[in-house]
Ligand binder design. Sequence first.
Ligand SMILES: Cc1cc2nc3c(=O)[nH]c(=O)nc-3n(C[C@H](O)[C@H](O)[C@H](O)COP(=O)(O)OP(=O)(O)OC[C@H]3O[C@@H](n4cnc5c(N)ncnc54)[C@H](O)[C@@H]3O)c2cc1C
Length: 224
Amino acid sequence: MEPVYKIQILEQEEIAEDVFYIKLEHPKGVSGTFIPGQLLALSYTPGSTVRYYSIASGNCEDFWGILYNRVSDGGLTPRLSGLRKGDSLYTSLPFGDFLSVKAPMVWIATGTGIAPFHSMVQSGKALEDTILVHGARQKKDFYFYENFLKIMDRRYIACSSLLEQHGFYSGRLSKYLKEDFSFAQCPEETCFYLCGSSSMIVDIRDLLLSKGVEFDKIICEIYF
Ligand SMILES: Cc1cc2nc3c(=O)[nH]c(=O)nc-3n(C[C@H](O)[C@H](O)[C@H](O)COP(=O)(O)OP(=O)(O)OC[C@H]3O[C@@H](n4cnc5c(N)ncnc54)[C@H](O)[C@@H]3O)c2cc1C
């Protein structure tokens, strides 16, 4: 999918240090429809560096929201973070197959890997038995925390080894899954969705396999 559609920035906010939420208009004359979990290919100008971003907004909203980290020596994000309302950017149409299913789901994310799950929650894809486990360091790194808590309540587990306060699991995401998550209570058909860095995905996938989760029940979106 090539970023051939020129679009405008509707809004951009730095929601935590070096972390941005940008709202993009849908390309003119094209439906903005997407399936939560899909992504966009973005570039600054036609033919320049292309990078991929999960859509973080709900599928009923009239914009595409992207949550991203600014990487100081990166090919795209330093320029992306300098864009303001009315500036332009190039995008593909939504694509990708990191899609939710009707079976019980456990969603697992670190950092900005929370983006596709936010889209799913905002689009009503969090089912009554869906569990979301998010790992980050500081409170400010739990993007959309209040929203997840409001919608998922006790099925949202925010894990941090640095935080010891109400509303957070005190320990890394891997510790939670290893020691406190009840795999025995998961129905056999439960699907585990992982989103984040490659090192996190490899570690957590190994952990899930060691707990007896079948390989084809682990669905991954690797960020870089
Ligand atoms: C399927 C898919 C979906 C993605 N969705 C998102 C998303 O929703 N949000 C998001 O922020 N990113 C997402 N990414 C990563 C994104 O595509 C870029 O790689 C990232 O934004 C960095 O782009 P850049 O051009 O600024 O830096 P690059 O030029 O790609 O990287 C420069 C250097 O920084 C390192 N680096 C890259 N990303 C990071 C990082 N986050 N932290 C620390 N070092 C890094 C690289 O390894 C490289 O050494 C996704 C990637 C894929 C493949």
